[in-house]
Design a protein around this ligand. Structure first.
Ligand code: AMP
Ligand code: MG
Length: 339
């Protein structure tokens, strides 16, 4: 289904591409989350993204391309290590940092000499970029700080106060953002954990570091902000994966004594611990972490939409593979809040 503002459009892809070439914005689906795209070669167009999302201008954008060969137009060189990653993971949910060419304006990279590039594995996304004929700068299609959009309706809710063109590709396949890796560092460093796991990258590259919050300001400006968060307060509960459900059960009682309504974000296996909660949203089974990841942001948004709890208690996940990615997002959502 295509949601479009124009009555007279015939081919939505052609219309979307025209909007881009005229310096406008288009929401489009990818396999990770929805993007809010503009012509990456047009500084003025890129600035509209920051305005629409209320995004700080020092938070650089990822540039999306439709074909591997298009990388040459925008980056100064492709190091051997990057080529290995391209061969293995593109098209796909991996964003790679390169030295940029002059053609990419500073507005897109927030003044950095590097540019983040991704080739999405999504037929509609690639057809749209191809049709536009230019690389597309696109952050996630949500208001800054909110959970990324995993459905067109989320983007419409966040950004649709003014007319906005949305290509609707249904629900996102992964539901968490792309992994961002900087191979210009030695050893290579993951700037943002995402749909391609650290373990998968290590199989190709050997040692791979993960950015921690202390050095994040310098290397990847966008990672400093509270991110991916529901409006409702969220706290991670438990000293370990195994202990988490029991500790949630006790914390519910504690908050009820203070007359607070409590929601739980957990897994199906632990549902029986949460009988006293005022609302329980299940991400899925612990045996199926991809499903848990897909449901994460939608659950955040659903808690806000229901608006009937004072606090969300989230279960702890095991810190490996996609579990590590889910924990990263939960930690960011819980930042500045502990209970
Ligand atoms: P978003 O597309 O909203 O998920 O955000 C993209 C993220 O990519 C930003 O928050 C930055 O942290 C990161 N990023 C983009 N370009 C660069 C770059 N040149 N160097 C380091 N990190 C980058
Ligand atoms: Mg984002």
């Amino acid at each position: 289904m295509i949601i479009a503002k124009s009555e007279e459009f015939t081919n939505p892809l052609v219309e979307a591409a025209q909007i881009i070439r005229k310096g406008g914005l288009v929401v489009f689906p990818t396999e990770t989350v929805y993007g809010l795209g503009a012509n990456a070669l047009d500084a003025k167009a890129a600035l509209k993204i920051f305005k629409a999302k209320k995004r700080p201008v020092n938070n650089p954008l990822i540039v999306h391309i439709a074909e591997k060969k298009d990388i040459k137009k925008i980056v100064a060189s492709v190091p051997a290590m990057a080529q290995k990653l391209i061969d293995k993971f593109w098209p796909g949910p991996l964003t790679i940092i390169f030295k940029k060419k002059e053609i990419i304006p500073n507005e897109v990279t927030a003044g950095l000499e590097t540019v983040a590039v991704r080739l999405p594995n999504h037929a509609l996304a690639r057809a749209f970029i191809r049709e536009a004929g230019v690389p597309i700068a696109a952050p996630s299609a949500n208001l800054s700080g909110r959970p990324s959009s995993t459905e067109a309706s989320h983007a419409k809710k966040d950004l649709g106060k003014k007319p906005i063109f949305i290509l609707d590709g249904g629900r996102s396949k992964f539901g968490v953002e792309s992994t961002i890796i900087n191979i210009l560092e030695n050893p290579p460093v993951i700037l943002r954990q995402g749909a391609v796991t650290r373990e998968a990258l290590q199989k190709v590259l050997g040692q791979v570091a993960v950015l921690n919050s202390k050095n994040s300001k310098i290397i990847s400006p966008g990672t400093r902000y509270r991110h991916y968060a529901p409006r409702t307060k969220l706290a991670l509960i438990g000293s370990s994966w195994q202990a988490s459900p029991k500790e949630i059960e006790l914390t519910i009682i504690k908050y009820h004594l203070k007359n607070k309504k409590v929601g739980v974000l957990g897994t199906r296996e632990n549902y029986h611990f949460y009988k006293k909660a005022d609302r329980v949203l299940l991400l899925g089974s612990q045996k199926n972490l991809p499903t848990c990841a897909v449901n994460l942001y939608k659950s955040f948004r659903d808690f806000d939409r229901f608006g009937d709890v004072d606090l969300i208690l989230a279960e702890i996940f095991p810190e490996k593979e996609l579990g590590a990615v889910i924990m990263d997002r939960l930690r960011r959502a819980a930042e500045n809040y502990s209970c």
